[in-house]
Design a protein around this ligand. Sequence first.
Ligand code: RAT
Ligand code: ZN
Length: 430
Amino acid sequence: MTTDTLSERVGSDGLSARLETAQIFRVVEEELAATLFIDVHTHLFMPSLGKLGLWGIDELVTYHYLEAELFRSSRIKPEQYWPLSKREKADVIWKALFVENAPVSEATRGVVAVLRAFDLSTDNTDLSQARAFFGAQEPRAHIRRVFALAGISEVVMTNDPLDPDEAPLWEHGADPDSQFRPVLRLDRILNKWSDQWQILSSQGYGVYADGRGTTALEVRRFLGEWYARMKPVYMACSLPDAFAFPEEGIRGRLLAEAVLPACREFGIPLSLMIGVRYQVNPALRLAGDGAGKADLRALERLCADYPDNRLLVSVLSRENQHELCVYARKFSNLMPFGCWWFLNNPSIVEEITRERLEMLGTSFIPQHSDARVLEQVVYKWRNTRRTLAPILANSYRLLTDDGRPVSRADVRRDITRLFRGNFESFCGSR
Ligand code: RAT
Ligand code: ZN
């Protein structure tokens, strides 16, 4: 249901009327369902970026979250798995995680919920019915249907200008799409400089392996050119648990002398996703990263020393969540967002979201999907709504108990702020 149709049904009196305690949960559920969210971080791609955009059952079943689970429930070894075709991989995972075991993990349940959303069987022993269904979809109409099922109006992409498959598409003028907002992702530049600097150098930028001379200025010029090409809503980088700032290394220098000044110049935030332990098991490839507790004093320095930069921050370790809230209370240029990757499970989302509401009110962005496969937004946003409804309702119940009545208009304003307004105002787009 759209917000408009809901308000017609409710009427303006109903909007401002005090809610009885017994009504609160239902109203929160209705408002969560009626609000179209902005998905502030995904790995989805707009149609003009062609084959980069993943969708359909074989991609859903071979999501790297499921690949990690495969090696726990099957005897297959990574070296036997990787040479298989995409279909063969999906068949192996389906058999191990969906046929021979009950798909109770968050990532496996997600596939079940997607099948159900499209009225497909959820307990078939093979994927033929689902393959026939997804194979018959027209991509653009399918995207519209998926967004409607997920209750989202737009998604934010992850666009790396040094990705050899992606960069040429932008250079040839990929058609923008208002439902897919670009993000200038800096992982290759900031985390893999020793492999990447020669690519910039070969493109005519005066950069050096050790970062001397014109390097930082030239990286800034590179960012400026990509800003003009992509019009990103923010720049972004994932960072290890050992991230430190300030630091003498190349990453610290490029951050201070190229990235932060460029973000200030363009008036956009920098998103930092802190706490990855890259490739703790390289045999698992994309599924081989782990998580570690970071020293958030690096974030304290960034917030304090760069008050004119805005930082959108997600931290991967559960142990860092409370500190992140404390820092957000100190620095209004810090916006916590999402329950990222290993945290996107109902038990942990519940804990983190309650803590954030208690410490920050509605001044944070509760969740992003991190979807890599289009249809994942259906289950990820469904799960977010399901987990958040009782948490929000409980906050309003406590508030009512403490003496402040709550109306549907309050609930609508808060949900809109959490899932749209905070992002829009932090990114300067509204
Ligand atoms: O959650 C994920 O899919 C991870 O693999 C990462 O991509 C992470 O979200 C990131 O953006 O670095
Ligand atoms: Zn991501």
